[in-house]
Design a protein around this ligand. Structure first.
Ligand code: GAL
Length: 821
């Protein structure tokens, strides 16, 4: 970016014109720029991390992988026979397929991957693809949104590059290596034997892969950057366009920007004409676009515009590049917190790793959307992408659904590699209206509380500000707040109230804005009410030691206007870091929802105080037959003004709810029915009833969506619940359910949210295991099954059977109609 900035060629030549006078240009859209998904039809096999021969190398070969251009050996070679390799589609995380072992990495969830397991830590992917003869002369690149990790890529036996980071998106120009009008081979070696983070990270090509084709004169990848300033509803957009002229001669062209509204209608267009750029050079041009009566992007109305950037030569559009953007302003204030479009918004956030039941890090886009919606259902308005750049599609979804994002960098440091990663990450993500703040690092213990931390933070901020000066920067710090990164970060990221005195720090650094980058959640297992540490489960009851609970955390941040808000640790459970437990627990239990997204009780505390709808929730369940006559603590989460608890038609009294509080009752247990009745202004408003259930009698399947896209990417997230004859979920039922699927779909994962389950989440089909039987034990009444479409249309039917219970049938429709998700 530094180079780009030096080169910046500021031309403020604005030729805005009304719609009617727009000149017609010849625009053969389909051949201008192509962006093809390359997720299907890969071959996969394990190589070896320490044995070259087992890694498909040959002991007798003259050349190895990198010796000579186009002479790659082993599985990187074109002629390598991969016919017996497994077929996989992307996204793919092979770690989730592997068994657990108590000897594996605690932080990564005890999966048998990593340096101790050289035979399951290197994966090879190969794919054949055709390139048309007519593509000769264009620029063609392959783009990986993310591979975990240390990926080496060959095309047609040519080594094209290596990306160590498991979180960076990388793009390789493959124009010169391709066979035009013929078949091509791509090979990727992925080495997950060393870890990058301290949480489950998966293994493999776990994000999308794309093939990009452009004219030699084109907008550079992520080459458009739009920022906005607003006065009321009138906005002034500044658009920076980086154009790449990969011809060997000078090109003269026009940059045209066409702003389209959410209905794809033209709002305004601007042209910058007669630009010349010498061959083999890139340059950036600035243009301003005024948008009268713009619709601002907000949480309530996440309105998106599309900016179509055309590069026109001789009346022909040679490149057409779409940037999705939202018009909005963001500001952090040291005394007043965060402002979106000039309006104060308290950030109600959660931290999340990229990890879901059944699929690990290979989260299909529709599942990403399911996760964001689940957090929104709780009233949350923000996600911190702890501790790495996310999948780009997650940001698209946050843009579309109205979810704020604290977008986090992976490595802290001030050398070439650090800057390169930081720059690529920011350039990729800086158009997303959902991204409101950058995090340049998290809990760097060696530096966060000392001079080095102060220096590194400042240098990184100074560098990053040149890439995006429209947003602020934070660093999440866990200690020594007054000495290290905390003295130079623009926005101080407090990791945990207990680590220092936030009020004192704010007094010492009155210029600095503040945010709770991490705050404790109630560690606990969904539906578990007594600690069972030996079996890896923790009570989900409301632990509130001073200043470390969800409730005390939220009260603290809510009471202080200078703090912009807080991100709880975490929204979803994730694999690894089963702290304070260890094996047999394999997943963290910090989540407000479990690994499947099933809410724990604390979800309803936050929903009460973060959301806008009336909420009432009773904790725990009422199946305590063995505890008759004993005292059971009942907690009510609600945002009603008063709550009355009624057991078997007998009132146990009415209590007043305090703001941001909860209510407790000590109840002598009797089986039957427990009702919590909420009152607002003296009138009954909302109530919840729970009951002592009978044994499970039937399996019920509930899908988040009934109509899916037959695109081979879409998924249905299906809840499996066990109910008694009276249609009540049995909250203690842990029964095995077997699944059969027919029609144009496939099961891609099962889970239950049990943090100590060692059962398989995937049943991989291969020659020795054709047509595997998918099954899962429910955990406290619930399980989840994820079904993916194929590219065939039709009805997908899922049957679920459990011994002694009525089975369930679910029919989903997979279509090619333009379905709005
Ligand atoms: C924090 C850290 C998180 C996670 C958490 C677990 O200190 O930033 O990544 O490890 O602790 O308690």
């Amino acid at each position: 970016m530094k180079a780009e900035l030096n080169l910046l060629f500021f031309i403020y030549l604005f030729i805005s014109f009304p719609v009617s006078s727009q000149k017609q240009v010849n625009e053969p859209i389909s051949t201008i720029r192509e962006h093809h998904l390359m997720d299907f039809g890969w071959k996969f096999a394990f190589g070896h991390a320490t044995d070259y021969v087992k890694d498909f190398g040959t002991s007798t070969g003259y050349f190895t992988y990198l010796a000579k251009a186009g002479y790659a050996a082993g599985a990187a070679a074109v002629q390598f026979k991969d016919s017996i390799w497994r077929e996989v589609d992307l996204p793919h995380d092979w770690a989730v397929e592997l068994p657990f072992s108590g000897a594996s990495s605690h932080s990564h969830g005890y999966k048998t991957v990593g340096w101790k397991y050289p035979e399951t830590s290197v994966g090879w992917y190969r794919k054949k693809f055709n390139i048309q003869a007519s593509d000769l002369g264009r620029k063609i690149s392959i783009q990986f949104d993310g591979i975990y990790r240390n990926s080496t890529v060959w095309v047609n036996g040519f080594y094209i590059g290596n990306e160590k980071s498991g979180y960076a998106s990388s793009e390789y120009d493959i124009t010169d290596y391709l066979n035009y009008g013929a078949e091509n081979t791509i090979a990727v070696r992925v080495d997950a034997s060393t870890e990058e983070g301290w949480y489950y990270e998966g293994a493999g090509i776990y994000r999308h892969v794309w093939l990009n084709k452009t004219d030699r004169l084109h907008v550079a990848q992520n080459g458009v950057f739009v920022t906005s300033e607003t006065k009321g509803n009138n906005a002034e957009l500044t658009v920076r366009t980086k154009v790449d002229n990969q011809y060997d001669r000078q090109s003269t062209f026009t940059i045209e920007h066409i702003l389209l509204n959410a209905n794809n209608q033209l709002v305004v267009a601007t042209k910058l004409e007669n630009i010349s750029l010498k061959g083999n050079l890139q340059n950036t041009w600035f243009q301003k676009i005024n948008v009268a009566n713009s619709t601002l992007w907000s949480l309530e109305n996440p309105y998106l515009y599309k900016l179509k950037t055309n590069i026109i030569t001789d009346g022909h559009v040679v490149d057409s590049y779409i940037t999705t953007t939202g018009i909005r302003t963001v500001r952090f204030d040291p005394d007043l917190g965060f402002f979106l479009n000039g309006k104060s918004v308290k950030i109600k956030g959660t931290n999340n790793h990229q990890d879901h039941a059944g699929v690990g890090t290979a989260i299909p886009d529709a599942l990403q959307e399911f996760r964001v919606k689940k957090l929104k259902e709780m009233g949350s308005n923000a996600i911190r992408t702890s501790h790495n750049p996310p999948t780009p599609e997650l940001l698209d979804i946050c843009d579309r659904l109205g979810m704020l994002v604290l977008d986090e960098n992976r490595l802290m440091g001030t050398n070439q590699e650090h800057f390169d990663l930081l720059e690529r990450f920011m350039v990729r993500d800086r158009n997303h209206p959902s991204v409101i703040l950058w995090s340049i690092g998290n809990e760097e213990w060696a530096i966060e509380s000392n001079e080095k931390g102060a220096r590194i933070t400042k240098t990184m901020q100074d560098f990053a500000q040149k890439i995006d000066s429209s947003r602020a920067f934070t660093v999440a710090v866990s200690g020594g707040w007054d000495h290290g990164s905390g003295t130079t970060a623009q926005v101080m990221g407090y990791n945990y109230i207990v680590q220092g005195n936030i009020d004192e720090h704010h007094k010492k650094f009155p210029w600095q804005c503040g945010i709770g980058t991490e705050e404790s959640n109630t560690i606990g297992t969904r539906g578990v009410y007594t600690d069972d540490k030996a079996n890896g489960r923790m009570a989900a009851t409301n632990r509130m030691p001073e200043n470390v609970g969800t409730e005390s955390g939220w009260k603290f941040y809510d009471e202080r206007p200078f703090l912009s808000g807080v991100f709880f640790w975490t929204g979803f459970d994730y694999r690894g870091e089963a702290n304070p437990l260890s094996w047999p627990a394999v997943n963290s239990e910090f989540g407000i929802v479990d690994l499947c997204g099933f809410p724990k009780d604390i979800f309803y505390y936050l929903q009460s105080w973060w959301g806008t709808k009336p909420v009432i929730h009773i904790m725990p369940h009422w199946n305590w037959k063995e505890r008759e006559g004993e005292n059971v603590k009942v907690t009510i989460y609600s945002n009603t003004e008063e709550v009355e608890l009624v057991l078997n038609n007998k009132s146990l009294g009415k209590k007043r709810m305090e703001k941001n509080g909860h209510l407790d009752w000590n109840v002598t247990y009797q089986p039957g029915t427990l009702v919590a009745k909420g009152f607002t202004r003296g009138k009954p408003s909302i109530s919840e009833q729970i009951a002592t259930t009978d044994v499970p009698a039937k399996v019920i399947l509930i899908s988040d969506r009934m109509v899916l896209n037959a695109d081979g990417e879409d998924v249905a997230v299906i809840t499996v619940q066990l109910e008694d004859t009276k249609n009540r979920i049995v909250p203690t039922a842990n029964n095995e359910v077997a699944f059969i699927l027919s029609g144009p779909g496939k099961i891609i994962g099962v889970g239950s949210g049990d943090p100590a389950s060692h059962d398989p989440e995937q049943f991989v089909e291969n020659s020795s295991n054709p047509g595997p039987q998918w099954k899962r034990k429910t955990f406290n009444g619930l399980a989840q099954i994820i079904v993916k479409t194929t590219t065939q249309t039709g009805n997908i039917t899922l049957t679920a059977n459990s011994d002694g219970m009525a089975p369930a049938f679910l029919s989903l429709s997979s279509t090619i109609d333009n379905i709005k998700k």
